[in-house]
Design a protein around this ligand. Sequence first.
Ligand code: C2E
Ligand code: MG
Ligand code: MG
Length: 600
Amino acid sequence: MTGGDQLSGGNTPGTEQGIEHEEFHNDIIMMVDDEPLMLGILEVYLVQAGYRNFIALDDSTRAVQLIKEEKPDCLFLDIHMPEVNGFEILEAVRADPETRQLSVIVLTSDTDPATKLKALEMGVTDFLEKPVDSSELVLRLRNALIAKAYRDQLTYYDGLTRLPNRVLFQQRLEAGVTSAQRSSSGLTLMIVSVDRFQNVNDSLGPMAGDAVLVQIAQRLGELTRDAGYDQRKGQEGTARCLGRLGGDEFAISLPGIVGEDQIAEIGDQVTQVMKRPFEVQGEEVVLTASLGIARFPTDSIEASQLLKHAGAAKEVAKKEGRNTLQYYTSEFTERANERRSMEADLHKALDSHQLRLHFQPQLDTASGRVTGMEALVRWRHPTRGMVQPDQFIPLAEENDLILAIDGWVIEEACRQTRAWHLAGYEGLQVSVNVSARQFRQPDLAEQIREACQRAELAPSCLTVELTESLVMGNLDKTARLLHELKDIGVTVSIDDFGTGYSSLAYLKRFPIEELKIDRSFIGGVPGNHEDSAIVRAIVAMARSLELEMVAEGVETTDQYQFLEELQCDRVQGLLLAAPLRDAEFVSFLAKNWNQIEQSG
Ligand code: C2E
Ligand code: MG
Ligand code: MG
């Protein structure tokens, strides 16, 4: 399918050139009639009217095949022909999804209404009576082409930007790949994805978002056109083309371009045009874009694969901080496959009891006693062995799986802690990590209250660890959620403190009771001057705000002494113990609880 360019001005977004007669002169007109003379007459008339591309066929047996191959924009079809007649051709054309939409004008000398009725039933577009009148011929053809262009516009173009949509873009890419294959040259596909476009919609509204997208389409359109885009028919394969894949994603096909220098240069141009502020509703909007690149034939010889690969590269560009250009490598596919298989396994993990909790003790520096522990989840995978949370929590966080995991962790941590209370370790405290998605559950406090109730654990023995970035979201909502947690009696702790958002105002505003200083700072004390200064500052601030402080990642006695001198309340880390299985943890407690209690 090639049509539609004529209506939209090809790749010129936003310009509506109207439906003009000349616009159709490059359209492919096919004529099937068993009388060569008739074909000659039609062609003469059409040439006079300005048309240039004809396929004339007097052998009706080849018609269906040729229509499929050449994809004409309009077909003149004689009905009475030997061997294969017009009705049979029409039937085959309408039955094939690829040609179903073809405009067909039937040539008939029949004034017989039954023949006309039958043709109409079979979906002909129009009739033309023999002998043919030249003005009538041209008008009927024009009308058929207008109707076709309108259909194409709806089917193949994006209504907002007027760029080719995903369907047409992919067809053009396929044409590009075929043509590159034929000429033994290369082709580069570039996906341009606007970074954080949702912010524009959220802050200025969807109308403003649409206006920005139109401007982006215009700028990218200028870029591709300036670089020699040729919209003539039959040029699809060799011309650059731009399309909107959907949402905030655009794609550019660059035939003949494979060198990294050239690609970098074009990538640079795209980055530059994106950087220029966009004006919408009197406001300036500043945006960046992430670019994903896939190349023919290196990365794939199939258009659909190239699109997939460039998409994967774009995802990596987004993850690596956005505003970057990323080439596809086969690793991405491996990684994506790996992730998919991990994710499928993770769905089964909960039901098949593959998740475990490990417990890492926390020591109170003033008394020298073990007062509690952090519950850390592990996944005992049947073939991969023990999988650490860093490898599967982010995966689970991408969907609702994390809710089930966090829910299970809370239940299990409460149950285990209560069991240890009953075994004589009364007052033992447990901390659990809560992910962003879990935190945003409106009934989180209620869930936790019920979990404590089921386990018969006093909520005061439970600490909920949240990260800084998590509580910095919607401030009112966060305040409400944190108050609900405080009201049921659990302690709220900020995990990895110092690595997230640097606004400290929230510490006063929210009912937070504990800070866990991130282990990246602890790693540097006492040797590293800056880390030491940061830790001192955090401890001083926490003290003045009357917050409990926990240092995590304490590995050496030097670090411990430094923290003890600062009167940091508690420490956690390999110096004491790694996260331990329940049996190991209980023997750790058995060894340390009494002995430490006596000494403390
Ligand atoms: P986190 O909450 O900051 O947990 C502390 C991490 O530091 C743990 O890694 C722990 O094993 C590690 N660690 C403990 N002592 C030391 C030390 O002395 N040196 C060093 N270098 N590291 C130490 P882990 O268990 O791999 O957990 C990593 C992260 O995964 C956690 O960071 C937490 O954000 C997340 N996570 C773990 N369990 C859960 C869970 O049940 N639910 C959720 N949502 N997230 C969890
Ligand atoms: Mg934690
Ligand atoms: Mg932490």
